[in-house]
Design a protein. Structure first.
Length: 261
């Protein structure tokens, strides 16, 4: 018997009737990929974070049926400075406002659970604040930021293997070699390594003060095989998370807005 692989469920391909039917079937979790448009060293394209988040969400949708919202390809990349041309950054509040407004419309259509799948480290703080804003405005909303590098311990270990303050490193280069080789400049991988200089610092510093070429880590160690293995880890562990999210109930049913009398 021929096995037909389930396709990812992409929000932009749905009609309004499709969306209504989807809600009625009990599908209650949407995936929002959030990336960035920023320098990734001499060897990787600037859309790396967005491609990574999008491809992960599509693969997880194939496994779970959760719809994938259109990717936000602009993020909070202020830390990358203007030293290297190409970075296009939002202010933190702008990113927060965008996601809150997206959720407002999702909620109005009957979708109350949102997993924000974040591919860019610099988005983590504003997106975490966004979660609090959503929960403070919609009593029965459920939302969470899933930072890709922290989905699980084994995924974390792969991303942090060559640098604590990693960027455009072996893990990211390996993923693009496996998933989107057109994002990679292979001839520059071997010469793009740059060490992590942040280990003993008290303060955090923008990338122009920590890296010579926008890289932190050793992309020369990247392989397609390593990228395939890492992506498999990401898909398996994110899929497990989504399946739990579909069934989860709050531990208590106490209203956010009702004070104790």
């Amino acid at each position: 018997m021929r096995v037909i692989e389930q396709r990812p469920l992409l929000w932009e391909t749905l009609t309004w009737e499709d969306a209504g039917s989807l809600r009625e079937t009990g599908v209650n979790v949407c995936l929002l990929p959030v990336g960035a448009t920023e320098q990734h060293g001499p060897h990787l394209g600037m859309g790396m974070d967005s491609v990574n988040a999008t491809m992960l969400c599509k693969a997880v949708s194939q496994q779970t049926g959760a719809p994938v919202l259109p990717t936000l390809s602009y993020g909070c990349s202020l830390g990358h400075s203007r030293r290297w041309p190409g970075t296009l950054s939002l202010q933190p509040q702008t990113l927060m406002d965008m996601v809150v407004q997206i959720f407002d419309w999702l909620y109005g259509a009957g979708f109350k659970r949102l997993l924000i799948v974040n591919g860019h480290v610099g988005n983590a703080a504003p997106l975490r604040c966004t979660v609090d804003l959503i929960r403070s405005r919609w009593d029965d909303a459920m939302t969470r930021v899933c930072n890709i590098a922290e989905i699980s311990p084994r995924v974390h270990a792969e991303f942090f293997a060559d640098a604590e303050d990693w960027h455009a490193n072996a893990a990211e280069a390996s993923l693009m070699l496996a998933l989107a080789p057109d994002m990679v400049r292979p001839e520059k991988i071997s010469t793009s390594d740059d060490e992590d200089r942040t280990g003993q610092l008290v303060f955090t510093h923008p990338v122009n003060r920590t890296s010579k070429n926008g890289v932190t880590g050793f992309p020369s160690r990247a392989t397609r095989e390593q990228g395939e293995k890492l992506f498999q880890f990401m898909v398996e562990d994110m899929t497990a998370l989504v399946r739990r999210a579909i069934k989860e109930k709050a531990p208590l049913e106490q209203s956010y807005f009702a004070a104790i009398e």
